[in-house]
Design a protein around this ligand. Structure first.
Ligand code: GLA
Length: 377
């Protein structure tokens, strides 16, 4: 991919790039919407992601191009407006540039920029965090800064929260930044504290991307965020991580029926993440799988961020041999289901056929490996 990127960069801009950086996409392993509630989460960096190449320009012009879009987009350095429509992908690197000064780094003035990706878009695999982290590493290098990884992660999250405008937690950027092959990344989102957890050898990941996306997905994500904050307030805590299942049951009368369901999902999910970590340490993949599927059911019935397509995939997958568990991965309201299977699983095409028979379209299937985190190349 790096050589393709350099070739394309030369063809576009007539010179070689000075800096190339890469950041992976991620699977949300377990911990659905726990991150911005201060809870823990487990994720895995994938062996696919986004590559960014840049070269400085003395004339102060900023040109952005990507392999998925047409001609370069020029954005003047003094123009800090958010883009809409076909060029809105530029908001990710623009958000990173806007975030840099707050972290003590001077944003580079002029450059040519090219991004390439081998992540399926809209699958809930965080192509946005990947482009943010690869851009951050490249821009920081151009500015002569090599801050700790945690700062790169925070710059990416800042871009997403403040420029792109999604009130996400630190899961996506944290996993893309701290990923390690054959490991999961465990994040205590309150610190945040990042750790790697070895993944038992027989755990295989399959992604079934439905290519469906609720039209209001960003609005619905923000609505869940608001509902969780309101539930925390009603329960008298700052964040739901400070509550627990017993307290939520006890104080149910203080919550609307909807707020109760959201809060219950979060406190139970936090417990499932912790249990998953212990089960992983024992190599008990059967138990981890049960927790994954329980997480999905909680999304389906309590957090209500699943869809008929995702539920169908989980139903089909969990009835199959060699499948430990399955769940929606990421924000929800469409996107993809992740299944953890043993190496003996060979039924992906049967899942595709069942889905096609029900919905008339085939999901995209990825048998993915874990990969390493963001890096300069
Ligand atoms: C999206 C967000 C993450 C996280 C997940 C849900 O991927 O970007 O921060 O909240 O949804 O767990």
């Amino acid at each position: 991919m790096k050589s393709q990127l350099i070739e394309k960069f030369c063809a576009l801009y007539g010179r070689v790039p000075e800096i190339v950086a890469y950041a992976p996409g991620r699977i949300e392993f377990i911990g659905n919407h726990t991150d911005y509630n201060g809870g823990p989460v487990l994720g895995a960096a994938l062996d696919r992601g986004v590559w960014v190449a840049i070269a400085g320009r003395a004339d102060g012009r900023r040109q952005f191009s990507s392999d998925q879009r047409g001609a370069p987009v020029e954005v003047r350095a003094e123009d800090s407006a958010k883009r809409t429509g076909a060029t809105s992908w530029v908001n990710y690197p623009l958000g990173v540039l806007a975030a840099m000064p707050g972290f003590g780094a001077k944003a580079p003035a002029g450059f040519d920029f090219l991004a390439m990706s081998n992540l399926p878009a809209g699958a809930g695999l965080s192509s946005s965090a990947a482009i943010e982290l690869a851009s951050a590493l490249a821009f920081l290098e151009m500015a002569g800064e090599r801050p700790p990884r945690e700062i790169v992660v925070k710059i990416g999250k800042h871009a997403e929260n403040n420029f792109v405008g999604v009130p996400c937690g630190i899961l996506d950027q944290g996993v893309s930044g701290f990923g390690q092959k054959n490991c999961l990344v465990w994040i205590d989102c309150r610190g945040p504290v990042f750790e790697t957890v070895p993944l038992p050898a027989d755990a295989h990941f399959w992604i079934f991307n439905t290519h469906t996306k609720h039209a209001l997905v960003d609005g619905l994500y923000a609505e869940r965020h608001r509902e969780c904050m309101a539930a925390a307030q009603a329960l008298g805590v700052g964040l739901l991580v400070e509550s627990n299942a017993a307290a939520v049951e006890r104080d149910q009368a203080r919550l609307t029926p909807e707020a109760f369901k959201r809060a219950k999902h979060i406190v139970d999910e936090i417990a499932r993440v912790t249990e998953s970590r212990s089960a992983l340490a024992r190599g008990d993949l059967a138990q981890v799988g049960r927790l994954l599927t329980a997480s999905h059911r909680s999304s389906q019935f309590l957090f209500e961020n699943s869809t008929a397509e995702l539920d169908f995939l989980v139903d089909v997958l969990t009835a199959m041999e060699h499948v430990f568990g399955a769940r929606l991965t990421g924000g929800g309201f469409g996107g993809a289901v992740m299944a953890m299977t043993s190496g003996a699983f060979g039924e992906a095409q049967a899942v595709v056929a069942a889905y096609r028979a029900r919905f008339g379209a085939a999901p995209e299937v990825l048998h993915t490996q874990t990969g390493d985190g963001a890096t300069l190349l």
